[in-house]
Design a protein around this ligand. Structure first.
Ligand SMILES: NC(=O)c1ccc[n+]([C@@H]2O[C@H](COP(=O)([O-])OP(=O)(O)OC[C@H]3O[C@@H](n4cnc5c(N)ncnc54)[C@H](OP(=O)(O)O)[C@@H]3O)[C@@H](O)[C@H]2O)c1
Length: 259
C-alpha cells in the first residue's frame, strides 16, 4: 500500500528508543521528514546520525516533554528546517503504576505532566501549522489501562483515560479542519522498558516477559513488536486513514478485556 508519506513533516516525542524509535525509522524509510525528541542527547544524536547517514531527512532534538520551553524549541527546530507540520505523535512516556496508599502528590504531578500536559501543549503549539497545511494527523500513544484500569494502575491509567477523552474531544473539534486525532492503546510491547527489566534480572527479554507472567495472558501468545506499532502509526498518519478519527485502537494482541 502506498502511504503517501514522502515529504510529510512528522514530529515524534520519545523517539530515541522503543516504539518511538521504530516509528522514526519507519517514517524515514517512507521518506517523510522527521523531527523527534528525547532527553538523552547521546541516544538522540546516535539515531539521528544513523538515519541521516542512510539518506534520511531527520532531526533529533534533546528535549524533555515536561518542560514547555523544550517543547517550543522542538517545534521551532522542525519549522526552521521545513516550514510546515503535517503530523504529531505524542509518544514519550513511562509506566507509573503504584498502590494508592503509597502515592504522593508529586507522583501525580509528574505523571500528568509527562503524559497529559505534554500532549496538550504540543497539540497547542502544532495546531496552527497543521491548519496551515490544510490537513493533519495527531496520534496519541496511550495504554490499555486507560480503558480498563486495574487495581494499582494509577496514576498511569488515569492519565491515559484523560488522553482518551482529549483524543475524542479534539477529533470532533478539529474534524472540520481535516485534522484527525486518534489514539493507540498499548498492551505489552517489547521496548526499552522490557530490555532494562531483563538486563537487571540477567535474563533474556522473552524470559523476562514469561517471568512477570504477561505472555500467558495475551491471547495471541506473545508480546508485540515495535515494528508492528510503527505499521499502525504509519497508517494513522497517512491519508489512507483519512476517514478515521476519534478512535482508540487497542494494540495488545487481544489482552484488553474491552474493545
Ligand atoms: N512498551 C509497552 O509495553 C508499553 C505499554 C503501555 C504503554 N506504553 C507507552 O508507549 C510509549 C512508548 O513506550 P516504550 O515502551 O517505547 O518506552 P521506552 O522504550 O522506554 O522509550 C521511551 C522513549 O521516550 C523518551 N522519554 C521518556 N521520558 C521523556 C521525557 N520526559 N521527555 C522526552 N522524552 C522522553 C525516552 O528517551 P529518554 O529517556 O532519553 O528521554 C525514549 O526515547 C510510552 O508513552 C509508554 O508509556 C508502552
Amino acid at each position: 500500500m502506498e502511504l503517501g508519506l514522502a515529504g510529510k513533516v512528522v514530529l515524534v516525542t520519545g523517539g530515541s528508543d522503543g516504539l518511538g524509535a521504530a516509528l522514526v525509522r519507519a517514517l524515514s524509510q517512507e521518506r517523510a521528514k522527521v523531527a523527534f525528541c528525547a532527553r538523552s542527547e547521546d541516544r538522540v544524536q546516535a539515531l539521528a546520525g544513523e538515519l541521516v547517514a542512510a539518506g534520511g531527512d531527520v532531526i533529533g532534538v534533546r528535549a524533555d516533554v515536561r518542560q514547555e520551553a523544550d517543547l517550543e524549541r522542538f517545534v521551532a527546530a522542525a519549522l526552521d528546517r521545513w516550514g510546515r507540520i503535517d503530523g504529531l505523535v505524542n509518544n514519550a512516556g513511562a509506566s507509573s503504576a503504584v498502590p494508592f496508599d503509597a502515592q504522593t502528590e508529586s507522583l501525580w504531578d509528574e505523571d500528568l505532566d509527562l503524559k497529559l500536559r505534554a500532549a496538550i501543549r504540543l497539540i497547542r503549539l502544532t495546531l496552527p501549522h497543521l491548519r496551515t497545511a490544510g490537513a493533519g494527523s495527531i496520534v496519541n500513544v496511550l495504554a490499555i489501562s486507560g480503558k480498563a484500569p486495574g487495581a494499582g494502575s494509577t496514576p498511569t491509567s488515569v492519565s491515559r483515560a484523560a488522553g482518551l477523552a482529549l483524543t475524542k474531544a479534539l477529533s470532533r473539534e478539529f474534524g472540520p479542519d481535516q485534522i484527525r486525532v486518534n489514539a493507540v492503546l498499548i498492551g505489552i510491547v517489547r521496548s526499552g522498558q522490557g530490555q532494562r527489566g531483563a538486563a537487571a534480572q540477567g535474563v533474556t527479554v522473552e524470559e523476562y516477559y514469561d517471568k512477570i507472567g504477561v505472555t500467558a495472558n495475551i491471547p495471541v501468545g506473545r508480546v508485540g513488536l515495535p515494528s508492528e506499532f510503527a505499521d499502525l502509526a504509519l497508517f494513522l498518519l497517512s491519508e489512507r486513514s483519512a476517514f478515521i478519527t476519534g478512535v482508540g485502537i487497542n494494540f495488545d494482541g487481544g489482552l484488553s478485556p474491552v474493545t
